[in-house]
Design a protein around this ligand. Sequence first.
Ligand SMILES: [Zn+2]
Length: 582
Amino acid sequence: MKKFFCIFLCLALIFCSTAVSIQAEEESPAYEWDGHPLIFIQGYSGPKLIRDRGLETEEQVWTFDPLDVTGKVITYLPDIVSSVIDYANGDKEPFVECFRNFTAEWLDNISMNPDGKSKYNISSYPYYLDEANVEYINEEQNGKYLPMTEGEFIEDLSRTIPENRIYIFNTDWRRSHLDNCKHLMQFIDEVLETTGSEKVDLYGMSHGGQLVATYLYYHGTEGKVDNAVMNSPAIGGTSLVMELLGDDPVAFDLNELLRFGGVMLHTELDLRWLGDMLPAELLNSLLKTAFNEVLLPYAIHFGSIWDLMDTETYTKLRDVYLDPVENAEIIAKADEMHYECMPNMSEGLKKAQEAGVSISILANYGSHIGTGKKVDSDFIIDTLNTSGATPAPFGERFAKDYTQLGTVCTDPAHNHVSPTRTIDASTCFLPENTWFNYEQYHTQTWWDVYTRGLLLKLVLTDDIKDIYSDPEYPQFEIAQSPLDGVYASFNGNQPSGFYSPSSDTITLRNLSRTAIEIQSVKINGKAMETDGKVKLDSDETFNISYKPEDKEFIAVEIRYISKGLFVSSDPYSRTIYFSGIR
Ligand SMILES: [Zn+2]
């Protein structure tokens, strides 16, 4: 009964916080449009897939109608419940059988042959130019084909670019990027011809960012692209895919998964009680079994799966799962990606830059990978694979006397080490054109003021040439969505996460849309005076006097609770790190 009461209160809280957000949301700025159409490239599995388009048997086979899924779950519910009980008692077979039957039709529809070509006549949708622009999608399709997590960002972009000049590029995400690249080339040519523009701008998210990088590697010198912006691109793959395909068990942390979901849904709801209630070990085991026993035989024929891992893992798993004769086409494309494109990405992107393309990469860091692997990431993609930066071993920091590796940026006057002392950006594909956001989750784009502002400016203007162009957007920043709770910065004029010799005050700011109560602040483990408890309304600040010692590394740990209208959350804790300006 208590739980139901709790759910009721939580729902009430959602409605209240939504009301607050409607009032507080600021409109993004509009810029002067430079006339370039924008091509927006979605993340993995975003684009819909249609079987037999134009024929009588036409059917959408990806993604699924939630009502269909719900109906199927209800039909299968008795089987699901009994097979999970069997599973918990040590008998895995009924669950595998149940999951296989449950997904059989869906998986068959999107399956690929051993040569990496589609088993059925499948096309991505929208496919043709006139049905892929945002004006058409909004007017004719009620916005139905806009990317789920980036819809608001497209709305922001349309304050500057006319909606009929923003194109959503949909491609068959099951294929290798070598195939997708040809499709993108053709699409860019069609956009240029239709709009009469000389160049396009490209924006790619995640897997779409990997496609932008691949396109620039092969075609970046052809003079068709002005600005190319990649948001957490999977350039070197992601440990998430490698973990699912590998032998080790996965260890999703349910509370962190719920928090990640909260970011996607833009809610600050505290659902940790739910995560604590769920049987994490059983769910992780069910997921791994379902993947290995049922999904894997399909996944290995998707060219995209092999693009989404690092070269070492690819070489190892290729020899386990792919047959040199039967899967020769898949292997040839993946080999090309791993032994030609990926290892030479930095040089390829630089050539594109020299040919006039303005390239920007946004990377995130500070979280482990969702499957539990301790590597620096934004929960979905490794920071290393996104940016080429060198991370410290997860949970550790570079030593005090660490010198940046300087393999790509060789300028001794540059400091590319993050204030957390966990990221060395001097080894990035493009050290001067890569930005990092600490503790930002994948897909948090629009909800984070820094990322949202930076991305808009990068896509829509030519004002930002590199990480030094705009003091508002330094190379390293700290995530600032409402769910991140508190922000901290030193006084004095220096980039986020750094202090200068004149700094003597730390300002805490409430990022949440509701009031928070700061329970304690510790600096390098020492409790600071906060007048007992400090209540901060949304956006309100609070100062703490602190004079850093010479070259001191500072950890500010803030413990707070979120004060809703009816209930308060359990305590949250955020630690923000500072280094001295060199
Ligand atoms: Zn540099």
